[in-house]
Design a protein around this ligand. Structure first.
Ligand code: G
Ligand code: G
Ligand code: MN
Length: 851
């Protein structure tokens, strides 16, 4: 330990620099003494002549705590070299000095601790009595001493000059000592003022206590601080001891952190502190003699406690205890040396005389150092704690970021999740209010069967691949907007749920290049290559536009999902949102209730569109088509049907249509028109368990119309549930209902399936017919279709015939029936009767060209 070594060097250096004080020019005379009662009043002469004088055996008169007055007398054995008597104990209350020349009182002084300092013959902390001796006389000194404290009278005869030589060295030593203590006090006072930690104040007060205690012991405080107040001087001793101990105990307790380290020692310490505090208060009021005894009685255990607490704590591994023990060790050893010297156990020397001062100076230095080191450590600890806190903060921040990242991304694909997508979308809408955005949803319709075929684990891998692929595709879509863009990743695609993806585009940019958009989206529809397998996920896309279809992310996503789920998306792979495709919107809700009301109250109307037989030029039938007049917001028939299908209203609607068609045919019969009526049937109707039974019953109650009501079903609609549709159609066929395949050629269904249907008629879709005269390709298809259907035994109807040229072509191709605007638009019953009359009045030949 560097510090201990340094201090050892310092002590040795100090010891060497003050050469041992050989008392060559002073001597202690042989003393006689006389003890008398405290109240005894005698003149010097009376005392000299009194009985009871005894010879003192010791060198220094010491009568302990005695109230007696003491007379001392001794001869001056070296008159030629003696001119001063020193009493080196500054606390004697009353001293009377008599210089006897040849038995007579030649010189007298009266002084003592109870008188003002100025009364002293020489201004010095010790009692000094100067005199001059003339040769040829016999000189003796007589002293009378009385005191309330310890009656010790360490006297010494000096040569005047050498005494002051001696004391100048001594006072330098004192100055050094006081200087060290005052420096320590000031330094720690400043530290206390800066840090406001009580330990530094305790240290300051305890060191101040020592300063005053030793100063008072040495008589220096009296000389310099309160020379005119002897009362203070007598109290200073008894007060400074308990106060010094009190603050030292407080300091030690705080310094060793006893409160935390050792509750038992702490407890003991507190008791001792309380006792010293009580004593310090008591000294002010109780008798000096009692006070000084009590003070000494308490000081001994207090010092003992202070001396042992250090080593005890050191042994327990308290790091602070090392300095503390060294510091107190210095004081203890120093005091012991001084005490041993006082009792004559060791020879007088600088260290032995000033051991206690040296020890306490060392203590002051050591503890100041320890406190400084403590500041350093505490600061370092604070820095470390701050660093640790910063680290913890950073770790927490990282954890939060990770959590946030997890909260905003899909665990499987790593793409932004639904919350993330919604946040981003709302943010886009908010930040660019004038812009239009397209919300695109991709739904994987085949994922369930993929999972069933390959298992969940493989499905997860496939989804990962798909998400990467989709993200790359979305990136290339013109107008695509990044959902997340950081240094190491850019996401355009989001995972709303495992089988639903989404991205967002700037609608203006995308719609300006629709072909490029469609081509890049087409990439999404490719099967995913997984371990060499081409896995079809059957993605279906739905698009909703901001602000047309919604003004918040939630609505837009919902509507894009609805578009994705629509029949159109099923047919074409992609669909825009349309209110008619949305069975869930608020508008839809009123529409549904309106429609229900309309069906129940016969607000719907059936229009009829005539079908012409090309061979006979006769009207052989009509197609019944629904209309909803008198509605505030006009609604297209296909929308009515879509809503009815989505809400289950298709069941009452179709039943109403059937009944109405039968009614109309009845009225047509009345005016002489025996022609069939074709009714469109939804695939939903075919799924009704009692549909065939209902139709059967109905037909039975209208016997006149048996076989005259044809059902039209579209081939694509039946493909959704081929087996059940076939079953239902077979049941209807056996009930005598002719069947017609509607919209033939618009989808991709198989002729092998159609062949199984009990249909007698095929209607070629108007998309193939309308532009027949202009499109060579369509002509090839229609001609082939007609031939093929004929060879399979079907009657062929061409719908959507809008001009004479088309009609002529179809006629030439051998088509059986035509239907279309060229002949007539669908008409309400009243108008139809007029049209029929006019049509009938024309000669057969001109019937085709005239309308
Ligand atoms: O000609 P129009 O625009 O009316 O017909 C639009 C669509 O609605 C056509 O596909 C037609 O088949 C269908 N449709 C018209 N009326 C009915 C009906 O009463 N029942 C069903 N299921 N479909 C109909
Ligand atoms: O699906 P279905 O064939 O039932 O549909 C008949 C639909 O065709 C009705 O909406 C009807 O109004 C419409 N339609 C009938 N004739 C023509 C026509 O000549 N041109 C066009 N564009 N549509 C027609
Ligand atoms: Mn039809």
């Amino acid at each position: 330990m560097h510090l201990a070594r340094l201090l050892a060097v310092l002590v040795i250096f100090l010891a060497l620099s003050f050469p041992g004080l050989a008392a060559s020019d002073s001597y202690i005379p042989a003393i006689d003494y006389l003890r008398l009662a405290p109240d005894d009043q005698r003149t010097p002469e009376q005392a000299l002549n009194a009985d009871g004088w005894q010879t003192l055996n010791e060198k220094t008169p010491n009568f302990g705590y005695s109230r007696d007055q003491v007379w001392l007398q001794f001869p001056i054995t070296r008159p030629e070299n003696t001119s001063l008597l020193e009493i080196a104990y500054p606390h004697l209350d009353h001293i009377r000095f008599y210089l006897l020349r040849d038995g007579e009182v030649h010189l007298r002084y009266q002084t003592g601790d109870r008188r003002v300092f100025a009364d002293r013959p020489v201004g010095h902390p010790h009692f000094l009595f100067p005199f001059q001796l003339e040769p040829g006389h016999d000189y003796r000194i007589l002293l009378n001493v009385a005191t309330e404290g310890a009656m010790q009278i360490p006297l010494k005869l000096w040569n005047n000059r050498s005494f002051f030589e001696q004391t100048s060295v001594e006072s330098q030593g004192h100055a050094l000592y006081y200087g060290i203590l005052i420096t320590a006090i000031c330094f720690n006072l400043f530290v206390f003022l800066a840090l406001r930690e009580s330990i530094y104040l305790y240290y300051v007060l305890s060191t101040l206590g020592y300063l005053i205690l030793i100063g008072t012991l040495n008589g220096i405080t009296y000389q310099f601080l309160w020379p005119n107040l002897p009362a203070v001087q007598s109290n200073a001793m008894v007060l400074s001891i308990p106060l010094a101990l009190l603050f030292t105990l407080l300091f030690s307790r705080a310094f060793l952190k006893l409160q935390d380290c050792s509750p038992r020692l702490n407890h003991l310490m507190l008791i001792t502190i309380a006792l010293n505090a009580a004593l310090a208060l008591a000294t002010v009021v109780i008798d000096y003699g009692v006070a000084i005894r009590l003070t000494v009685a308490l000081a001994i255990p207090s010092c003992l406690l202070l001396a042992i607490v250090g080593p005890l704590q050191w042994a327990r591994g308290n790091p602070q205890a090392v300095y503390y023990t060294l510091a107190w060790g210095a004081v203890t050893i120093g005091s012991a040396i001084t005490a041993a010297n006082k009792y004559g156990l060791i020879p007088t020397g600088f260290i032995s005389v000033y051991g206690m001062q040296l020890g306490s100076a060392l203590q002051a230095i050591l503890l100041s150092l320890a406190l400084a080191i403590r500041i350093y450590h505490e600061r370092q600890e604070k820095v470390l704690a701050q660093e640790a806190e910063l680290k913890a903060l950073e770790a927490r921040r990282n954890a939060e970021l990770r959590l946030m990242d997890q909260a905003l991304h899909h665990p499987l694909t790593g793409l932004p999740n639904r919350s993330h997508y919604e946040l981003r979308l709302n943010e886009l809408i908010r930040s660019q209010p004038g812009k239009e955005f397209g919300v695109v949803i991709i739904h994987l319709n085949n994922l369930y069967s993929v999972t069933k075929t390959l298992g969940h684990r493989n499905t997860d891998r496939i989804l990962e691949l798909a998400s990467k692929h989709y993200n790359a595709v979305a990136k290339d879509v013109p107008g695509a907007i990044a959902l997340e863009h950081t240094n190491n990743r850019t996401f355009f695609m989001a995972s709303l749920d495992p089988q639903t993806f989404a991205f967002v585009v700037d609608a203006d940019q995308s719609l300006s290049v629709p072909r490029i958009v469609l081509r890049s989206i087409e990439d999404i529809r490719y099967p995913v290559d997984f371990l060499g397998m081409q896995v079809p996920l059957n993605p279906q896309l739905g698009v909703a536009f901001y602000p047309t279809h919604g003004t918040d992310a939630n609505t837009l996503i919902r509507r894009a999902v609805i578009a994705e789920g629509s029949d159109r998306a099923r047919d074409r792979g992609i669909a825009y949102y349309k209110p008619s495709r949305d069975s869930y919107s608020a508008d839809r809700l009123t529409l549904v209730s309106d429609l229900r009301h309309a069906i129940n109250n016969h607000e719907l109307i059936l229009y009829l569109q005539p079908k012409l037989c090309l061979r006979s030029r006769m009207i052989v039938g009509f197609e019944a088509l629904i209309r909803w007049p008198g509605r505030e917001q006009p609604i297209r028939p296909d929308e009515i049907i879509a809503v009815a299908e989505q809400t289950g209203l298709i069941k009452p609607l179709t039943r109403w249509v059937l009944q109405e068609a039968l009614e109309m045919r009845g009225r047509l019969l009345e005016i002489g028109w025996d022609a069939g009526i074709a009714v469109n049937i939804s695939p939903n109707n075919l799924r009704e368990p009692d549909f065939a039974v209902f139709v059967q019953r109905l037909m039975q109650s209208y016997q006149a119309h048996a076989g005259a009501i044809t059902f039209e079903v579209t081939e694509t609609s039946m493909m959704q549930d081929p087996t059940n549709s076939l079953k239902a159609l077979n049941a209807l066929h056996s009930a005598g209902i002719p069947l017609s395949i509607d919209d033939f050629g618009s989808g991709y269904s198989s002729l092998s399936y159609i062949k199984q249907l009990p249909a007698g008629e095929i209607k070629i879709d108007r998309s193939l017919v309308t532009d027949l005269s202009e499109r060579e390709q369509d002509r090839v298809i229609v001609r082939t279709t007609i031939d093929m259907c004929h060879s399979l035994g079907y009657t062929v109807v061409a719908e959507g015939v809008e001009d004479e040229q088309t009609l002529a072509l179809l006629d030439e191709m051998g088509c059986d029936l035509v239907q279309g605007y060229f002949l007539s638009r669908p008409l309400p019953f009243e108008e139809l009767t007029g049209w029929l009359e006019r049509f009938n009045r024309q000669p057969l030949r001109s019937r085709i060209s005239a309308s």
